[in-house]
Design a protein around this ligand. Structure first.
Ligand SMILES: [Zn+2]
Length: 773
């Protein structure tokens, strides 16, 4: 069995550094030997060119560069100096990123490097990458060997020419080589490409959607599948493959950077694309064009009176959030991922906005005189939901793109740290060693890009992180537990909520004096926050005083309705989130936010001003109609909801059109619809769970139980329900109270409640959404 070949990489003196094992299916494994043990990675390894022990000698002035160790070995057998680098056709990006001085160090001494590409696209790419990397340090020539079949390489050439010698090959090369000329450099793109190469290695499928599609080819592929059609100008009309089409209902147009397909019978683009065997993403030249198309989808004309009337309704429980005013990209993302995961769409949506804010930090802003103070897109949301309602899933889905990015950064930081550690172990001095300096600097840059704040850490560590990164987003799957843990770790005890509260405004300067060794000064600390909690947990931590102090009022409170149905045992769809079109588009939005380096200073369009003013005035009118006890509770909330609309509107505008600094009426309306929902939920929470006494809480539990039974139950069932801790007396007491309030009927015998009395709700409760099953 000779299925496996091992290629050894040695230093110039012949000492073995690491190895590549080539398997029978051209599968490559990397390993190194440490104290006689095989370790299957190259962590901390400094790469060298293959056969450095031969080509590193002083007198060698020329070298052939090929793809693959096998070719080097075959050339060596002919007595020719040749080399390669490990890793195949994607080797260069990664290598240069980890060892930026690689070319200078190993190739700078040659008068000439001649590259012999493999005869296929990956081969030409590898050669191009090599040439680009090497031409800065030496003269580079490329030679396409004659008479190579598809995929052929120099080893094939040698075996096709039996008996050939080094000088035979040299002559062929002499005849057909040419000087490598680098493409005209677009400086910005070459820098960013160089950096993105490695991110690409860990990118999801959706992330890789940056590739340009050959639209012309895809277009003609589509036309080939539509028979019996005709042209009308630039538009081809053919039979729609989705419905039983008698006349040519489908028009296909290639327009700039997208292919438009429209069926006059109303078939959706998705299904048309599917039956033609093309992906949606292939209908656009690149992801940016796809996003532009999605962004241009109209948002329905706003009719907020309807939404406002819901706020005013004194309902038992708020409905789902009505997302119809949201920008299409965000709406589709939260709908599709919610269907996939069963998590509440409003939690996904609000977490996504909080994460977007963290990606933008201070780069989106409304400043004086456009508002009284500076506003940034840091969003604080707190969703109250029952346990078992996929709250954590919702956070992870909403922030998925940010979390993926965080993971990539951590992998890179880890890999850099390994190199740094290896160099430290090798007693390298960072002052003297440029390579080490490079790693140290880059690790610092990577760390600055982190945007997810630690959930489990001390307050001091949080402050240090914000100092390093400028801030980010907290994703808190157990908000209550987080709050109490942080509180107990905070030196000044009860002042922690106060400290958090002051971060909300991204103040110009924030001084934290909780640390032992003096204080720390932060400039514009940016904190977004998306938390979830059960109401029980929250109630223990937040008093009415907290509402008054404004800590709680910084949050948009959501209380999505509980789903009273058995969750699916297994996922219904076969798709992963990364494969969703909407995830790809949201990712593109995040990419654009990350690439925004100049702050966008937003202004409101005239119609946006009008809509916002109207909302603001109506909000205060509602407030003045409240009785004074309620006003005390709601005063701090009212003051946040109004600017909250503008904070949200910046993100909404970026979602609608990232290239303008004018906030449109649509963006403001989307913000208003969210703040109105928060208003409904907040009123509900204070009316019920947060604002009620212990006594009222027990009544509500009894009432909710009857509601869950479809509005009708009997006393025995109620007693068995254990919704209260106490005995029969306790239940009867609450039943009597509810009856007095006119909320239930109790079937009585001689004025007394019989053992198995029928109990019915009087109100127009909504049992259809609450009945089990
Ligand atoms: Zn059709």
């Amino acid at each position: 069995m000779t299925a496996y070949t091992i290629y050894e990489y040695k230093d110039v003196s012949g000492r073995l550094l690491y190895s590549v094992q080539r398997g029978p299916d051209k599968d490559f494994r990397r390993f190194r030997m440490v104290a006689g043990q095989r370790i299957n990675n190259w962590d901390g390894v400094q790469q060298v060119p293959y056969r450095l022990e031969n080509i590193g000698r002083e007198q060698v002035r020329k070298v052939l560069f090929v793809e693959g160790e096998k070719d080097v070995d075959n050339l060596t057998k002919l007595g020719i100096n040749a080399t390669t680098v490990a890793g195949g056709s994607n080797a260069w990006g990664k290598l240069l990123k980890q060892q930026p001085s690689f070319c200078e160090k190993y190739f700078g001494r040659y008068a000439e490097v001649i590259i012999l590409p493999d005869n296929d696209d990956p081969g030409r790419k590898f050669a191009e990458d090599a040439a680009q990397a090497l031409h800065d340090v030496t003269s580079v020539k490329i030679c396409d060997l004659p008479e190579l079949g598809p995929g052929g390489d120099v080893s094939d050439w040698i075996s096709n020419n039996p008996g050939c010698t080094a000088s035979d090959l040299a002559q062929v090369i002499q005849e057909c080589y040419y000087e490598y000329k680098p493409p005209k450099k677009d400086l910005t793109s070459s820098i960013s490409n160089n950096f993105e190469v490695n991110i690409y290695d860990t990118a999801t499928e959706a992330e890789k959607g940056q590739i340009e599609n050959d639209l012309e080819q895809i277009h003609s592929g589509i036309l080939a599948k539509l028979d019996g059609g005709s042209w009308s100008g630039n538009t081809y009309n053919g039979k729609c493959p989705v419905h039983d089409d008698k006349k040519a209902s489908l028009s296909v147009t290639l327009k700039d950077d997208k292919i438009l397909m429209f069926c006059h019978a109303g078939c959706g683009m998705e299904s048309i694309a599917e039956s033609l065997g093309v992906k949606r993403s292939e209908l656009f030249r690149h992801r940016r064009a796809e996003l532009k198309h999605a962004q241009s989808q109209p948002i329905p004309e706003a009719d907020l009176t309807q939404v406002i009337s819901k706020v005013l309704e004194e309902r038992e429980e708020p409905d789902e959030f009505d997302d119809k005013y949201l920008p299409a990209v965000l709406r589709q993302f939260s709908q599709e991922t919610s269907q996939l995961t069963e998590a509440a769409p409003v939690i996904i949506m609000s977490t996504c906005l909080a994460a977007m804010g963290a990606a933008a930090q201070l780069n989106l802003q409304i400043r004086e005189p456009n508002y009284f103070v500076s506003l940034y897109p840091n969003i604080w949301t707190l969703s109250i939901a029952e346990s078992g309602s996929f709250k954590t899933t919702a956070l992870n889905v909403g922030a998925k793109r940010l979390l993926e990015r965080e993971r990539e950064l951590l992998l890179e930081i880890k890999s850099d740290s390994e190199f740094i550690d290896a160099m430290v172990a090798d007693n390298q001095d960072p002052e003297q060693n440029e390579e080490m300096q490079f790693y140290l600097n880059r690790r610092e840059e990577l760390r600055k890009k982190r945007r997810v704040l630690p959930e489990k850490s001390s307050w001091e560590a949080v402050i240090d992180r914000i100092d390093e990164t400028g801030g980010g987003v907290w994703l808190l799957s157990e908000f209550g537990a987080w709050l109490s843990a942080l509180d107990s770790k905070h030196n000044s005890g009860a002042g922690m909520k106060q400290a958090l509260t002051s971060l909300y405004d991204c103040p110009d300067f924030y001084e934290d004096s909780t640390r032992h060794g003096g204080s720390k000064l932060l400039q514009n600390p940016f904190v977004s926050l998306s938390g979830v909690s059960t109401v029980e947990f929250l109630r223990g931590l937040l008093s009415r005083d907290d509402a008054g102090s404004g800590f709680l009022a910084r949050f948009l409170l959501f209380r999505p309705p509980a789903k009273r149905k058995t969750p699916d045992a297994l996922p219904l769809g076969k798709k992963k989130i990364q494969e969703l079109d909407s995830y790809r588009l949201i990712s593109e939005i995040f990419t654009q936010l990350e690439e925004t380096t100049q702050p966008i200073q937003y202004e409101l369009s005239p119609s946006a001003k009008k809509a916002f003013t109207e909302y603001h005035n109506q909000l205060f009118q509602r407030f003045y109609k409240m009785d004074s006890d309620k006003q005390f509770l709601f005063d701090p909330f009212i003051k946040r909801w109004s600017p909250g609309v503008l904070k949200l509107a910046m993100l909404m505008q970026f979602l609608i059109d990232s290239e303008t600094n004018i906030i449109s009426e649509e963006a403001v309306t989307a913000g208003i619809s969210i703040c109105l929902y928060a208003e409904t939920c907040t009123k509900h929470l204070f009316k019920t769970q947060l604002g009620e006494s212990e006594h009222q809480g027990k009544e509500r539990k009894v009432y909710d139980f009857i509601l869950r039974q479809g509005g009708k139950t009997d006393r025995q069932k109620l007693l068995r329900s254990k919704v209260l801790d106490g005995g029969k007396m306790e239940y009867d007491d609450k039943l009597n109270n509810l009856e007095e309030q006119g909320r239930i009927f109790i079937q009585r015998m001689d004025g007394k409640i019989p053992t198995n009395a029928q109990i019915t709700l009087t109100a127009e409760a909504t049992p259809q959404s609450s009945s089990p099953g």
